[in-house]
Design a protein around this ligand. Structure first.
Ligand SMILES: Cc1cc2nc3c(=O)[nH]c(=O)nc-3n(C[C@H](O)[C@H](O)[C@H](O)COP(=O)(O)O)c2cc1C
Length: 211
């Protein structure tokens, strides 16, 4: 019996993913994730944008709140800590913060939850749900590294947006799609658009007799 058919007669419930976009560089990743999830049947996206995310989205994409809103199932105000995703009783498959600023990383690592993003992340950790943070900063100082360790120790996944150089991707769009696809793998959403490595063709072994 699966999660969504636990009660007799209950119809298949949509799966919910909480998506937070914060003010680190890489607004494209948040938007691309929502674009990909938009086409996935049976899933809802519950989205929160920080005020700084709106700044970076404007700066990097020339995009405003509407660009995210039209792809999301629902968008919540950043300060609305009374909304559904602030409670563990609201069932979700977990949460992704993409991109994740060092500010939000720090708040999550220290259990501070004075806005809806950090509260929802706190909920994901306490409910032992999947929490994936996609931090973007370089180089990293010791405080930031320790914050990543703290989140990992608490059960979160730190997933830096590192390009798959070995795949020969040609454009930023392709790189972003691959990154986001690999992030969605973490939630069991396996998209055909993701390139999968099937091993190199091994060079001939000189110790093996040739036929
Ligand atoms: C254009 C721009 C790019 C930024 N890039 C980063 C970044 O890559 N990583 C980061 O941690 N903060 C970055 N910041 C700073 C954050 O936006 C800032 O720390 C903010 O307070 C984060 O708030 P939030 O966590 O509520 O989104 C950037 C800010 C701007 C305006």
């Amino acid at each position: 019996m699966n999660r969504s058919s636990s009660a007799e007669g209950e119809t298949e419930a949509p799966k919910r993913l909480v998506v937070a976009v914060t003010g680190a560089s890489g607004a494209l990743l948040g938007l691309r994730l929502l674009q990909l999830m938009h086409g996935v049947p049976g899933w809802e996206t519950h989205v929160v944008l920080s005020p700084a995310a709106l700044l970076t989205a404007q700066q990097e994409l020339g995009a405003g709140r509407e660009a995210f809103q039209q792809l999301a199932t629902r968008v919540y105000p950043h300060k609305d800590i009374g909304s559904s995703i602030a409670s563990g009783s609201f069932r979700t498959e977990g949460m992704v913060v993409v991109p994740c600023s060092m500010n939000t990383l720090s708040a999550i690592a220290h259990g501070s939850s004075d806005n809806l993003i950090t509260r929802a992340a706190d909920v994901a950790l306490k409910e032992r749900r999947r929490l994936v943070l996609v931090p973007r900063e370089a180089p990293l100082n010791l405080i930031q590294l320790r914050n990543m360790v703290a989140v990992t120790e608490a059960g979160g996944v730190v997933f830096p947006p590192v390009p798959a150089f070995y795949l020969g991707l040609q454009s930023l769009e392709e790189v972003a799609t691959q990154m986001v696809g690999r992030i969605l793998d973490q939630f069991g959403v396996h998209l055909p658009v993701v390139k999968r490595w099937n091993g190199t063709r091994a060079p001939a072994d000189p110790t093996t007799p040739q036929r």
